[in-house]
Design a protein around this ligand. Sequence first.
Ligand SMILES: CCCCC/C=C\CCC/C=C/CC(=O)SCCNC(=O)CCNC(=O)[C@H](O)C(C)(C)COP(=O)(O)OP(=O)(O)OC[C@H]1O[C@@H](n2cnc3c(N)ncnc32)[C@H](O)[C@@H]1OP(=O)(O)O
Length: 581
Amino acid sequence: MFLRNVMRKIASQKSLNGLAIKKNYFGTTSSLLDDFSINANEKTGVSVITMSKTPANSLNLEFIQELSMAIQKLNMEKSCRGIILTSSLPSIFSAGLDILEMYQPEPDRLEKFWTEFQEIWLALYSSPKTVMSAINGHSPAGGCIIALATDYRIMKPKFTIGLNETMLGIVAPFWAEDSMKAVIGQRRSEYSLQLGKLYTAEEALQINLIDEISDNPLQACEDEMMNWLKLPDHARTLTKFQNRGHIIEKMKKGRKEDLEKFVKFIPREGIQMALGTYLDNLKSRKKKQLKTCVSDVELIVRKIKYNLEDYTKTTFFYLGAQDGILAENLINSGCKKVIVTEHKKSNEEHLNEIQNRFREKFLRFTRFPNSRIIEEYKLDGLEEKNWHTQPKVAVILTLLTNDRSKLSLNSYLLRKQFPFNFGRTPIFLLTDNTESKVILMNETNLQTEKRIPSRALSYMFLYDRTLLAEIPRLKPSQKYTKLIKIQPKSDLVDLLYDEDKFKEAEVFLKHFFNKPYERVIPKIEKICPNLGSELIDMNITMLDRVKDLDFRIIGEIFRLVASNDNYSRNIIRVLSSRHEF
Ligand SMILES: CCCCC/C=C\CCC/C=C/CC(=O)SCCNC(=O)CCNC(=O)[C@H](O)C(C)(C)COP(=O)(O)OP(=O)(O)OC[C@H]1O[C@@H](n2cnc3c(N)ncnc32)[C@H](O)[C@@H]1OP(=O)(O)O
């Protein structure tokens, strides 16, 4: 019965092929949020999915959704025969589920989150393709669940892997447990799960949790894949389903109940306490390094020009390895010079690697005329002062962002405080109020909103237009007394700054996605004169299909439209194609 269903599914996927898969399947594509990329090799039929969600490839709702969609798409792509999952982070394959999704969760989101996790597991575990994981870093919990859902695992030495859920006070789902049993056996699995064991690659190999160790897991997977692809796909796929069918069937049958258990279990007080403690421990390991982070900020404080205009036009300090988007936006906003700084404690090898990554990223920025001057600046020899007690100008960097860089002192608390999704948008808050006392939000003054002096945030300096779309949705608050814009690129940006206009636009946009394009354009033109022509340029009819968009996505569209280039168009295409499913 199961096999019959599988065959039927394969057949129906074949017929869907032409519709769902774009012609330009081969080559490299990036996810909408830039959290992973897919490199599809036309010759071998192998697609490599590289996860790159800093800092830890932790799986939050959006990341899982996008990844899952990509996998489902590859599953249906006839010319794809193999998929390799890997990571671009230097030491983490995936840190598993984003704990922040489970800590003090919102019920609706929690439900969606788990449903999507079930979905991605199914997409991987029942993939008709040969799927391998090149585990080039730590892979605890959800990271291990993902790896276990693939057909072959090759891991880099020294890193760790395992289902350590009990260490967090939670329980791995039955289907993950089943997949582990299928790989390492009942006894070993029971032992590992109860104790929440994390194994080094060497130990994992001994118990067959992984299949090979290699210093270059991706290359090793690519080589091994060639052996697998020598066999006829249909025979290999059916054999795989013969082996996995009962686990998949059981998961599908129990999936609803599993979801109900999860949404009941996670919000329990005891579980929340355990998760909170685990998070604190995770963060406190970082606090030891915080001193140097503060000196990073101090550097900015000392160098910053009080006049924002001058500041944005002359210099910016690009901090950390993960702030590509931030740099891009600054350059886009008129920065003439980008100074790359790095942590003074970094060892030479790490530093070189990071600098190379910067260079790679900046190559992409050459389309911006101001982006050519790059200086590298090391923080060696900096004096460390209590800079935050000094009045005058200061900077709060990348606080409201999923992209937790070294400077995001307590982003998870902030995210809880502002319960909407900023995605990866970096945010840069600063004040030039010379009387402000508290400038840096530290952990203490993050605890309650009241303790953040409103004057400290009297200027909010935003350089990512996506975020702007969210601003009017904030409750009116003293915190944001003035928004400063940097060289708005088009009327769209103006529109997003203005709450009234935005409301008007919101109504139009809603219509826009439901009504014939021609009827809406004149109205849009009225509020935003250039928008109509920009949309026409972009063959916006693609977007007609996009329905039920949330405003984060609309914000994204605004941003993309505003920077009207090929790259944006591609993303819009991706955005719209997701609704073909
Ligand atoms: C009976 C009814 C049952 C019903 C079902 C109930 C429950 C369902 C169970 C759900 C299953 C869950 C599976 C999971 O995946 S839970 C998540 C578990 N993950 C972990 O335990 C990993 C935690 N992370 C680490 O151990 C380390 O980060 C590391 C992966 C080993 C890497 O170490 P290192 O290189 O030193 O990096 P950092 O520790 O400094 O991390 C960088 C950065 O990332 C943050 N972070 C790391 N992991 C996560 C995560 N999983 N979620 C959110 N954030 C994470 C970390 O805090 C650092 O952030 P800051 O830079 O801001 O400090």
